[in-house]
Design a protein. Structure first.
Length: 314
């Protein structure tokens, strides 16, 4: 029998994960849980149709699920009996500070990640408490900053089975570059790696200051070739990718709502205003007086690049 997976959270990561799961032929039912029923059902419908257009026939069902309601979560898990639970639910996106002008972003980033830990820990903690109440014995995978969140949960005897995260970005890059250097097919290269989330800037953006410790071993045909091909160089080698939200776009240099050199993606303006208030020491819940900027006028008339609405709830 093919396994049933329950996906909790339909934000940016959860939506992408759903698309990938829908194209996995070895999965059985995909049960999707999220607070926003209207948006969740629409997201599931879109994923189902897209997968069908590519020749897949996924079994996707949606259930309203609020991790703040521990009893309801426990009852839902008991009823659906998933073999695997994968949670991507968090209270805010990790790239929110990148929507700010550089000076304000630096204020938030200077505080380190401790400021954001409660944002990622809270819902995962509530999920694990609900799973204990449901006496769930299956596999639980969590995505929101498991490097730290799962350590905290472990101290509370609530640790999930495993976290998922950025190491899945590191390994393909190293494997690809190693195969190119060896002049061999990808299938002949094996990468073994243990690393912390903090290694990300060095691997993804070639920021090589204060690199945290890691373990890396590369095998070719079962033989250790780590030193022979200078594996550390491959790990830290520049490998350009698409621009992240909030980073400069050459053709978009002077948006007054966002600051010089900042491009606001769709749905980003409201979050930018939220983050700006935090950086300035103001309450994020008190609505500032709206200024009739070009971006605001365009948003209301349908002509602008910014849409004045908050991120969809998870």
């Amino acid at each position: 029998m093919k396994p049933t997976i329950m996906l909790i959270g339909l934000g940016g990561l959860g939506s992408i994960t759903l698309e990938l799961l829908a194209r996995e032929e070895d999965l059985g039912r995909i049960v999707v849980g999220s607070r926003n029923a209207e948006r969740g059902m629409a997201r599931c419908n879109l994923t189902r149709l897209g997968a069908m257009a590519q020749g897949y026939a996924p079994s996707i069902s949606f259930i309203p699920l609020d991790l703040n309601d521990k009893e309801a979560v426990a009852e839902t898990v008991h009823r659906e009996a998933p073999d695997v639970i994968l949670s991507t639910a968090t209270m805010q996106t990790w790239w929110l500070p990148d929507l700010l002008p550089p000076e304000q972003a630096a204020v938030i980033k200077s505080a380190g990640f401790g400021v954001w830990l409660p944002v990622h820990l809270t819902l995962t903690l509530k999920l694990m408490e609900a799973l204990r109440e449901a006496d769930y014995r299956g596999i639980t995978l969590t995505a929101p900053f498991p490097d730290v969140v799962n350590c905290v949960l472990g101290r509370l005897d609530l640790a999930p089975t495993c976290g998922v995260g950025n190491i899945s970005q590191f390994v393909p890059k190293v494997r690809l570059l190693a195969a190119e250097r060896l002049g061999t097919p990808l299938d002949a290269v094996r990468v073994l790696m243990v690393a912390h989330h903090a290694l990300g800037p060095a691997v993804v953006r070639a920021q090589v200051d204060n690199i945290p410790p890691y373990f890396l071993r590369i095998e070719h045909g079962g033989q250790d070739v780590t030193e022979a091909i200078c594996a550390d160089q491959l790990l830290l080698a520049p490998y350009p990718r698409t621009i992240r939200p909030g980073e400069p776009f050459p053709h978009r240099r002077n948006d007054r709502a966002a600051g010089p050199g900042i491009f606001l993606p769709q749905r980003g303006a409201a979050a930018c205003a939220w983050a700006q208030r935090i950086a300035g020491g103001l309450s994020p819940h008190r609505r500032p007086q709206r200024r009739a900027t070009r971006a605001h006028r365009g948003a209301h008339s349908g002509r602008g690049h910014c849409h004045q609405r908050a991120f969809p709830s998870l």
